[in-house]
Design a protein around this ligand. Structure first.
Ligand code: BDR
Ligand code: CA
Length: 302
């Protein structure tokens, strides 16, 4: 059976890798892409989502979401992903009329409430849209199978010593999602850091297929890591975890979101020994296994 999923995203170079796999994998049924302010502003993340659906000639709908975090000021990652958010590959101009709606939260509600089967949410950007969905329409919770999100860390952060980007951008939204009571999996920085894709392996992308060439060009402009050594394709782990959960090391843990600390705002405070877990935390995967499932998944792409 195909997994029905919604990807909530802020493309984003590693988002592009996750979306490429998801749109083409035979075991996944992407119901829609919803966009959020994150790596770059909402107009750019939405245009980037459309560039990807257009690249794959996909009819998956794209819905524009929140342009601003719930309370935080906007914090951009254009220094990492480039001015466009997906620098490095010349996509054709997008046809803006192909955007399906300007209200991602309402679109998710309509889809979920009318769905005959529960749907899995895959947020790979700040959690603003998901928090708005759960607070505006709490009745959709029974229609959500689980949430598998990229964000947070059981250890150190990547924006501040303790906060990871997606959580740091909108800690109040993350607090709502982590306290929603829904089955939740945190695919944080830990798992990608355990299995960095080294440069020599990235070179293989160039001869894989058109998608491999497109991703290779994006990755070579990705400033989050040192391309000459290798990179962490954080968002792709959510999709790979959904496809192969048995290959990952996990811990049931209590994750609370720090919203007030002057130095720690946005931290995912992870108690690996709590008697009251609210979350599955994905801690690692063998590098060789990650490489294999990543490249295998990309072979379904054009
Ligand atoms: C996360 O932050 C963004 O820059 C990436 O797209 C990913 O979702 C990693 O911290
Ligand atoms: Ca992202």
């Amino acid at each position: 059976m195909k997994h029905p999923i919604i990807i909530d995203t802020d493309p984003g170079i590693d988002d592009a890798a996750a979306i490429s796999i998801a749109l083409n994998h035979p075991d996944l049924d992407v119901k829609m892409l919803t966009t959020v302010n994150g790596n770059v502003g909402i107009e750019k993340t939405t245009a980037n989502a459309l560039k990807l659906t257009q690249f794959f000639n996909s009819n998956v709908s794209v819905h524009r979401g929140a342009s601003h975090p719930l309370l935080s000021d906007i914090f951009s990652a254009s220094s990492v992903h480039g001015e466009s958010g997906m620098d490095g590959y010349e996509f054709p101009e997008v046809d803006a009329s192909t955007l399906s709606s300007h209200n991602a939260v309402a679109a998710m509600y309509d889809l979920l409430i009318n769905s005959k089967e529960p749907i899995t949410l895959i947020p790979i950007g700040p959690l603003t849209n998901i928090a708005l969905l759960l607070t505006t329409y709490p009745e959709v919770k029974t229609q959500i199978n689980e949430i598998i999100l990229m964000g947070g860390s059981a250890g150190r952060g990547n924006v501040t010593p303790l906060a990871e980007f997606n959580i740091y951008c909108d800690p109040e939204a993350a607090h709502i999602v982590f306290n929603s009571g829904l089955p939740l999996t945190m695919v944080g920085l830990d798992v990608a850091r355990s299995s960095t894709l080294i440069h020599a392996k990235l070179e293989k992308l160039k001869s894989l297929n058109d998608t491999g060439r497109m991703l290779h060009q994006l990755f070579s402009h990705y400033r989050g890591d040192d391309f000459e050594y290798g990179i962490n394709i954080y968002d792709a782990y959510t999709i790979l975890y959904l496809l192969h959960p048995e290959l990952f090391q996990i811990v049931e843990a209590r994750v609370d979101i720090e919203t007030t600390g002057e130095l720690t705002r946005g931290a995912t405070v992870t108690d690996l020994k709590s008697a009251y877990p609210n979350c599955t935390v994905v801690m690692g995967i063998e590098t060789d296994i990650f490489e294999k499932i990543f490249f295998d998944a990309l072979t379904y792409c054009k």
